[in-house]
Design a protein around this ligand. Structure first.
Ligand code: ADP
Length: 273
């Protein structure tokens, strides 16, 4: 391993740095998409999975990286909570192949799925770096990264550790409380020089069983207005759908997407990011 001249803030290995390995791996991935939200519970993990699945349906090679250390949701969405990640013959971390995508989740690295992760920032950054450089990603069209809500250590480290072009997708619900935090996310992206691919509005409206009317429970059009305010692309407006939630709770998100023409149509622009 060559002498490193990067002097990265998060790196403690000094002269024997393994950034070369990281760079080599990341260079084999064409698009890196960071899925961000200001608040938790707005559906960021769900949308991350839907983006990954929609891209895979289009024939792209996709990996989904769940770096929500304190609340990894991807294992539940894909019903693999009890699986653990293995190693390849070359001792690299092996992603779980599920529904046409490669899945890596912090939740699949813990011995017990219900174990709480109580790590400070530097430990989390170290694990993130290790995952990025030790995983056998191979050649990919997209790496979708599901980051924790807000603008904390993980996203900042993602920006610093992952070389080359990357873009963010902002997920919000329509109400002001979520939009206000998303504005901070957008400001973070500007400061970190992370271009934004667009905004996804989740839980935009509800259609009840007895009528075809859209009910705007959390306000109407907040996500679109946010996109317009910042000159961003409005990518999708997803309904609040109890049947979809039931499938997600059972770990059937891939089937839920396959069976929902509405979700597929709404996510059409997402496959062009
Ligand atoms: P976050 O990652 O922002 O914390 P999640 O993706 O974990 O949010 O979603 C929170 C909850 O809302 C989950 O139970 C999920 O299944 C549900 N959910 C997300 N989007 C929708 C939707 N469009 N319709 C119904 N339920 C949804």
């Amino acid at each position: 391993m060559g002498e490193c001249s990067h002097n990265c803030e998060s790196c403690s290995s000094k002269g024997s740095c393994s950034n070369e390995k990281l760079n080599e791996k990341m260079n084999r991935i064409k698009n890196k998409i960071f899925v961000l939200s200001g608040k938790g519970g707005v559906g960021k993990s769900t949308v991350s999975a839907l983006i990954a699945l929609s891209l895979a349906r289009e024939g792209f090679k996709v990996a989904l990286l769940d770096v929500d250390f304190h609340g990894p949701s991807q294992p539940t969405l894909f019903n693999v909570q009890h699986s653990r990640l293995g190693a390849t013959e070359t001792e690299e971390l092996e992603a779980l192949e599920i529904a046409g995508i490669k899945l890596i989740s912090i939740g699949l690295l813990l011995e017990d799925a219900d174990q709480a992760v109580i790590w400070r920032g530097p430990a989390k950054i170290g694990v993130l770096k290790q995952i990025l450089e030790e995983t056998a990603w191979g050649d990919l069209d997209y790496l979708i990264c599901d980051f924790p809500p807000g603008t904390g250590d993980e996203i900042l480290s993602g920006c610093q550790l992952i070389p080359g072009d990357k873009r963010a997708v902002i997920v919000t619900t329509p109400q002001e409380l979520s939009l206000a935090d998303c504005r901070k996310c957008i400001d973070f992206c500007r400061q970190a020089e992370l271009p934004i691919a667009g905004v996804v509005e989740n839980m935009a409206y509800f259609v009840c069983d007895n009528c075809d009317k859209k009910h705007y429970i959390f306000n109407n059009g907040g996500g679109k207005k946010l996109a317009e305010q910042y000159g961003l692309k409005f990518l999708a407006s997803l309904p609040l759908d109890p049947a979809f939630l039931e499938q997600c709770d059972k770990g059937n998100i891939a089937v839920a997407l396959k069976n929902s023409r509405l979700f597929q149509d709404e996510l059409q622009d997402v496959v062009n990011i």
